[in-house]
Design a protein around this ligand. Structure first.
Ligand SMILES: NC(=O)c1ccc[n+]([C@@H]2O[C@H](COP(=O)([O-])OP(=O)(O)OC[C@H]3O[C@@H](n4cnc5c(N)ncnc54)[C@H](OP(=O)(O)O)[C@@H]3O)[C@@H](O)[C@H]2O)c1
Length: 293
């Protein structure tokens, strides 16, 4: 990873960028002056760890962020030996101001940053009225504040090189608003609106935005104490995807014109069905009962 000690850059903006940038995202840019870096938050498990592995496979050096330093270090060693890229780890709690400020400061010193994946996240189960307010506040900080602040810190480098991708890991829960999931759906809806609007601002700059909306994905997400009563087998196998498939489809789709990207045909069909009045309401009622079961 190369750091820019002065942090001085003169970023292009959506207004000033020349029009010679490609209309689609190109995974291998022409003559990069140094290896490019991808930063992945929540890289110690699940979808984030998979983003790390696949971005390394596409030749990017990595900066891996999460709270569990040991996990990150183990993953970094494996990836370095298998993919031959450089991996740096940064242990930070992105649900806290000090953690966000720490990562933000490192990003502002990175002159070769090309990819930012805002992936770190968690869910809770149960009615909002009875939920722990501190835990809900942490969710807003992690899904909303951290993603917003790290994106703003990353943008000058990406605009300067007129090359980059911002992937915000959202969820189909942004649209499937089940009881028991109030703040999770709300924060993921923020990520979708944020991504869509930012996309408009960045058109023609060479920087592409995606809000990735997976459905159920086999990771550690449903293994936390919050989900101790959650029964994955209540949901049919076709509703579950592997993190490997979710990430591969996400990376292949960057810059394909779909800012909101649902990496599964099953969930695309579900989202369409939800828009029909009677069927949609029934599905939300049944889904809400299953989630609370
Ligand atoms: N799995 C699903 O069914 C599903 C579906 C739709 C969307 N998603 C979204 O996908 C993203 C990744 O989730 P996952 O399924 O891969 O879950 P996971 O296996 O539990 O991984 C979550 C990651 O987020 C990190 N993280 C959690 N809190 C953090 C904090 N305060 N500061 C920094 N890092 C933190 C965790 O690392 P540490 O614990 O080491 O900090 C871990 O690396 C989330 O945004 C989630 O909302 C998941």
């Amino acid at each position: 990873m190369s750091l820019n000690p002065s942090g001085a850059q003169s970023p292009a903006t959506a207004q000033s960028a020349p029009r010679d940038v490609p209309a689609r995202f190109v995974w291998h840019p022409r003559n990069p002056s140094a290896p490019l870096t991808a930063l992945v938050t929540g890289a110690s498990a699940g979808i984030g760890a998979e983003f790390a592995r696949q971005l390394a496979g596409r030749g990017f050096d990595l900066l891996l962020v999460a709270r569990r330093a040991t996990r990150l270090t183990e993953l970094a060693r494996t990836i370095e030996s298998e993919a031959g890229v450089r991996c740096t780890v940064l242990a930070a709690d992105l649900a806290q101001e000090c953690g966000v400020a720490q990562v933000e400061a490192v990003i502002r010193q990175l002159d070769n940053l090309a990819i930012l994946v805002n992936n770190a996240g968690f869910g809770t189960v149960g009615q909002f009225v009875r939920s722990d307010p501190l835990r809900q506040q942490e969710m807003v900080y992690l899904h909303v504040m951290a993603a917003m602040r790290l994106t703003q810190a990353a943008l000058p480098a990406l605009l300067h090189h007129r090359y980059g991708a911002l992937i915000n890991v959202s969820s189909v829960a942004a649209y499937i608003r089940l009881r028991g999931n109030v703040n999770y759906s709300a924060t993921k809806a923020f990520l979708n609106a944020f991504s869509e609007t930012l996309h408009h601002e960045l058109q023609g700059t060479g920087v592409f935005v995606q809000a990735l909306c997976p459905g159920f994905t086999r990771t550690e997400f449903h293994s936390t104490p919050d989900y101790q009563n959650f029964k994955p087998h209540t949901y049919p196998a076709f509703m579950w995807q592997s993190a490997q498939k979710v990430v591969q489809r996400s990376l292949d789709a960057v810059g394909n014109g779909q800012v909101i990207y649902v990496p599964s045909l099953v969930y695309r069909a579900l989202l369409l069905a939800l828009q029909t009045p009677v069927l949609g309401e029934t599905m939300l009622r049944v889904g809400g009962r299953l989630a609370q079961a």
